[in-house]
Design a protein around this ligand. Structure first.
Ligand SMILES: Cc1ncc(COP(=O)(O)O)c(C=O)c1O
Length: 398
């Protein structure tokens, strides 16, 4: 018999949810899509994903895998053959011996961030992370009630972190340091000496470093150098890498963490609790991505470099904008201080009036004020069109 309930049940949310942030890129994308639904033409330079297709050999391998019955669970940490292929790749590229037991395969780049925080960070622990930086690091500090310790990245230092500033921020309560090179949103790349200085600043403290190297294959100048390559740092490093950016596989959800074996077991347990495993056909495709033909990655990287050169050259000719040359990833991060506008207001105006979707620098933290992030993962034709629109908007409005 119905009791004739008249009130809606109260949502008794756990307190921790109040601290959880988000990624503005997805919100701006939703706003851009709703403007498109009203008939507006929008150029999408807000979202961070390659506009290229996943390489054909990888797609075919994934499709074959589905037909061949790779539709069941795998071990929580990933298929042994994929973990082996990743261990080989990491040993070669980071020049440090790494074994399959140190690899945990996860669905994308983000789970390694989440699991690192969940496994290591407790309420009140201090976490140092780059600001501007990928917003998920700060979000998870809020979620876990850790103390966020933003490390400012400065334009005058090409947006590379200053190891002396890092050293000053380290205290007895520092639990984790997050590094990200190549860097989202600025495209900065840490130099080998920077990484050595960072290692020296950490010294022999029991601090874990989450080294987010998801853009490691997308470098235009110089070479990628990982903290993991430095003697004594392997035990203190959780390496994050994956397939989303390098192989244009954002929708496949495939990434990995590489870490000491004792910690890997806890990551595996988190996988069991959260995902059971990463999709099995995706993992089979991942083996092909790593072991098969690499020419698509090289092509994509060359193409991003070409677009970067054009974009930076052109945006620097627009009044009020000035842009450093990013050395990696696929973002540009021009200063807009000279316009006198705040980042958010200008990003909103460019979306609403000029039909160009980009992100306010503040989407990446307070130190992003005065900047905009434009993704260059769009065709040269669209980038040119976007720049034409920004240019004429600036002429009319500034
Ligand atoms: C620095 C950084 N880390 C991690 C990720 C997450 O990657 P995924 O989409 O594979 O979860 C991104 C994606 O934009 C990123 O920019």
């Amino acid at each position: 018999m119905s009791r004739g309930l008249t009130t809606q049940a109260e949502l008794r949310l756990a307190k921790r949810m109040a601290g959880l942030g988000t990624e503005t890129a997805f919100e701006v994308l939703a706003r851009a899509r709703s403007l498109e639904a009203q008939g507006k033409d929008i150029i999408h330079l807000e979202i961070g994903e390659p506009d290229f297709d996943t390489p054909a050999n990888v797609v075919e391998t994934g499709v074959d895998a589905l037909h061949n019955g790779w539709t069941h669970y795998t071990p929580a940490s990933g298929l042994p053959e994929l973990r082996e292929a990743i261990a080989e790749e990491v040993s070669r590229t980071r020049r440090v011996k790494c074994t399959a037991e140190e690899v945990v395969v996860v669905p994308g780049g983000k789970p390694t961030i989440f699991f690192a925080f969940m496994a290591l960070v407790e309420e009140g622990d201090e976490v140092i992370y780059p600001n501007p930086g990928f917003p998920i690091y700060e979000s998870l500090c809020g979620f876990l009630r850790a103390k966020p310790v933003p490390l400012p990245l400065r334009e005058k230092n090409d947006f590379r972190l200053d190891p002396n500033e890092l050293a000053d921020l380290i205290t007895d309560r520092t639990k984790m340091i997050v590094l990200n090179s190549p860097h989202n949103p600025t495209g900065s790349v840490l130099e080998q000496q920077d990484v050595r200085d960072i290692a020296a600043a950490i010294g022999d403290r029991d601090i874990m470093v989450l080294s987010d190297e998801i853009y490691s294959r997308l470098i235009f100048e110089g070479e990628h150098f990982s903290l993991m390559s430095i003697e004594g740092m392997k035990d203190r490093t959780i390496l994050l890498d994956g397939f989303s950016k390098s192989y244009a596989m954002t929708g496949w959800r495939l990434g990995y963490g590489v870490m000491r074996r004792d910690l890997a077991q806890y990551f595996s347990r988190l996988m069991t609790n959260v995902n059971s495993c990463t999709a099995s056909f995706t993992q089979i495709a991942g083996i092909e991505a790593l072991r098969g033909d690499q020419s698509s990655v090289e092509h994509m990287c060359r193409e991003f470099k070409r677009r970067r050169d054009r974009f930076v050259e052109r945006i620097n000719r627009i009044e009020g904008f000035s842009c450093r040359v990013p050395k990696g990833a696929f973002y540009t991060f021009p200063s807009i201080r000279e316009t006198g506008w705040t980042s958010k207001k200008l990003a909103d105006a460019l979306l609403e009036d000029a039909g160009v979707a980009c992100l306010a620098g503040t989407a990446f933290g307070a130190h992003g004020e005065g900047y905009l992030r434009f993704s260059i993962a769009n065709s040269m034709e669209n980038l040119d069109k976007a720049l034409d629109r920004v240019e004429s908007w600036v002429k009319k409005n500034l």
